[in-house]
Design a protein. Structure first.
Ligand code: HEC
Length: 143
């Protein structure tokens, strides 16, 4: 009788320890999912990225994410999400992205002001960014 109580107690302690480990252990820091930026405008499903889309992600994070947010989810303080029905291919074809980067954008959809041209990117770089954006759009039902 006493033995089974002890066993039960040991199990409870082990379960509690495991629970705490799972809650606050190192698993959270090594998580694969991107943390959602606190100032993001939309919540996203991120698809696995490879090839051109993965290259485009690096270009985007360097040249665009300061305004459009990480993964183009928008930034409440700086710029709109590009993962948005407004930017579906039928409304903003790939050429609209090339034009936006080369010549900038006069504010017309949002309240963030104009987008200045972005220097230092080739059309090829922008094509990678477009592949990246389209991939995330598709994963979020925007196509
Ligand atoms: C300095 C901030 C800023 C940066 C950097 C920036 N954008 Fe923008 N972008 C904006 C804002 C603000 C708008 C929304 C304008 C409006 O009100 O319609 C916009 C709009 C756009 C649009 C929509 C164009 C249209 O025809 O309506 C595209 C596409 C776009 N950006 C792509 C990019 C890409 C790609 C990069 C990086 C190479 C980038 N942006 C970098 C601020 C920025």
């Amino acid at each position: 009788m006493t033995r089974s109580f002890l066993l039960l107690g040991a199990c409870a302690v082990a379960a509690f320890a495991a629970y705490n480990l799972l809650r606050s252990g190192p698993s959270e820091e090594g998580a694969q999912t991107m943390p959602r930026q606190s100032n993001a405008i939309v919540a996203l499903q991120m698809p696995p990225l490879a090839g051109n889309a993965a290259i485009g992600q690096r270009v985007f994070e360097t040249a665009c994410s300061a305004c459009h947010g990480s993964n183009a989810a928008g930034n409440e303080d700086a710029g709109p999400p590009l993962i948005h029905i407004i930017y579906e291919p039928a409304h903003h074809a790939d050429e609209a992205f090339q034009r936006a980067v080369a010549m900038g954008v006069k504010s017309h959809h949002w309240r963030f002001g104009d987008m200045p041209p972005v220097a230092g990117l080739t059309r090829g770089d922008v094509a990678m960014v477009i592949a990246y954006i389209r991939e995330i759009q598709r994963a979020n039902g925007i196509d």
